[in-house]
Design a protein. Structure first.
Length: 211
């Protein structure tokens, strides 16, 4: 990511891995489903390894890392242990509708390493990384549906710093039940980069707003 034409930080933006998915909505046989679950774990491992091998500053995970219906404490420990390997990368997580911070959620069953940050679900909040001149804003879900937007309460940004928004929401459908995001409002706030999750098709909505 750059600000004012000067390279500032190196990031990887990902999301919607849905680790543990059973693929119940697909007409797959049992063996194929098992292979796909293993492939999802391999993709997760490769993303973390890429962050390590490329000296990435921030790994941004925009929700739905796992399927809470099928994930276990052992599984979330496996996620933690892999993320712990990326000691020089700050890993920022915004929970989505499939891994919300609801009562009994797996995120809160374990202790996370110091390089992992998980946004809470009270309201939009920020993490400041002064050594990188970067502020990362985010919001985690605490339920399966969210019909209200949060952008009207967004504070004014410090434009002397790089401002990143990490969010699991829907910018393509204003009538969605999955956290509607108004594009014009988002643009007016002035984030340098917006890392979105929820839509499973990688795409740039604007030059600095992406799924």
């Amino acid at each position: 990511l750059v600000m004012g034409g000067i390279a500032m930080v190196k990031c990887i933006h990902t999301g919607d891995l849905h680790l543990g998915s059973q693929f119940n909505s697909f007409d797959f046989n049992k063996n194929y489903c098992s292979d796909r679950r293993l492939e999802l774990w391999e993709v997760f491992n490769r993303i973390v390894d890429r962050a390590i091998n490329n000296d990435v500053d921030f790994l941004l995970i925009a929700g739905d890392i796992y399927e809470d219906k099928y994930f276990t404490v052992g599984d979330i420990k496996r996620v933690r242990d892999k993320l712990k390997e990326a000691v020089n990368t700050k890993i920022i997580i915004a929970a989505g509708n499939h891994d919300p911070l609801n009562k009994g959620n797996l995120y809160e069953t374990i202790n996370w390493p110091s390089n992992v940050y998980i946004f809470d679900s009270c309201s939009l909040s920020c993490l400041e990384f002064n050594d990188k001149n970067t502020v990362i804003w985010g919001y985690s879900w605490n339920r399966k549906e969210e019909k209200k937007s949060f952008l009207s309460n967004c504070p004014k940004l410090d434009t002397s710093k790089l401002n990143i928004l990490l969010l699991h929401g829907d910018i393509l459908n204003k009538n969605t039940s999955y956290l509607p995001v108004d594009k014009s409002t988002l643009i007016s706030i002035g984030f340098d980069y917006v890392a979105l999750g929820h839509i499973h098709k990688p795409q740039f909505i604007e030059k600095n707003i992406a799924y």
